[in-house]
Design a protein around this ligand. Sequence first.
Ligand code: 5AD
Ligand code: SF4
Length: 458
Amino acid sequence: MNVYDSQQIISQLTPLGYELSESLDAADLIIVNTCAIREKAEQKAFSFFGRLAVLKRKKPGLIICVGGCVAQQEGRKILERFSYIDLVFGTHALKRLPEHILNISTKRRRISDVEMDNEILEFPSAGSPITNGGATGFVTIMRGCDNYCTYCVVPHVRGPEMSRKPDNIINEIRGLVDTGMQEVTLLGQNVNSYGTKEGLCSFPKLLKLVSEIDGLYRVRFTTSHPKDLSEELIFAFRDLEKLCNHIHLPVQSGSNNILKRMNRKYTRELYLEKIDKLRKISPDMAITSDVIVGFPGETEDDFKATIDLVKEVEFDSLFTFQYSDRIKAPAAKFSDKITDDIKNIRLRELLEIQEYYTKKKHRALIGSNELILVDGFSKKQDVGSGQEEFEGIYWSGRTSTNKVVNFTFGNSFHEDDISIGKIIDVKIEKALLHSLLGKPVKTKPKPFEAQKEETHAA
Ligand code: 5AD
Ligand code: SF4
């Protein structure tokens, strides 16, 4: 989401004559786009602000701006604490960014703008798509959240849920496809409830409209709330050929007691039922999730219930977090806080168990041919605990199930056959913890690809 917001910022500032700078030292304008979701992210932002003082001393004309969730949350306090920061702009103030920058550069004012608006969201850049020219891209379809999970700051810093109109979304994606994008990820805090409030089309209907865009090869989305995962969406995985075979479905905890205190509005049983339905529709669907350990009041039994759920589902991968207080979120005031030591122990146990399943899923792919969309190059991999690293530059892409596949050339493949945006079959030879390694193989194009090549040639 923040990547998309950063792209929006860039597109807002291009008409003012700004270009991306290679380094902080060379920049005339620095914009820090912040995230407040967890304590660590927020601390990172504050320590980065500290580093900017020296740059301002060296170049007094430098303009420094802070945007995003920390800006929304802290507002003017940031200006008071950091005398060299010129602008604090909240999550709804993006459209006023150019105006503020002009005011700062001409009148040397210091501004805080954290006003929120109630209009249906539209982005300043809709219709003039922003792209890095790559094979994959992101498009935000809604902003804010109405779910008020008790640990979460998002509803407080991003405001109520608002959905963009389907036409604007489709036009933006079409524009991106024209620049070479082949895979789009639709973004929102809870995409399943897209359009409900505004009476727009349902999310599965939007997926259908997106998948009808010519030249687009794949569609993904994130994030889904389990309580809103409808039958219609589950069937979309069966019916929409371009919809990738992966869902990120954050469970947060396997204990009904904790789920209730988190205000998640589903039970462990309901979650497992939805997983069953998804796997009935698509047995090899990749399922990933988020889990928080150490939520206030989490007992050993609650934690065990989470471990049991993780073992039962066998997620493809898991994002794991230690609970941290967020001042605006209600759980910050809950009693029975869990100590850091216990949170650490629980996190380590969870990670170890998940590592087993991630490796198991990866190993099961050795020897198979996986269709991947080439999206760039991979750096040397840090594969963690006891897994070897590989050296050199590899091409990289993802499977429909969102697994990273890195590869070098096989004997039958020529370098000219591969470029970013190509869809190729790769034979998986090795399973690492965070990626797979393989060699491209020549296979007959599938009917859809053949048709796609024709469209592109025309
Ligand atoms: N503490 C720890 N993890 C959190 N998340 C959100 N808020 C908190 C918090 N206060 C995690 C949730 C969410 C993910 C994006 O971040 O797991 O799904
Ligand atoms: Fe936060 Fe819950 Fe909304 Fe996700 S659904 S953004 S966790 S409040």
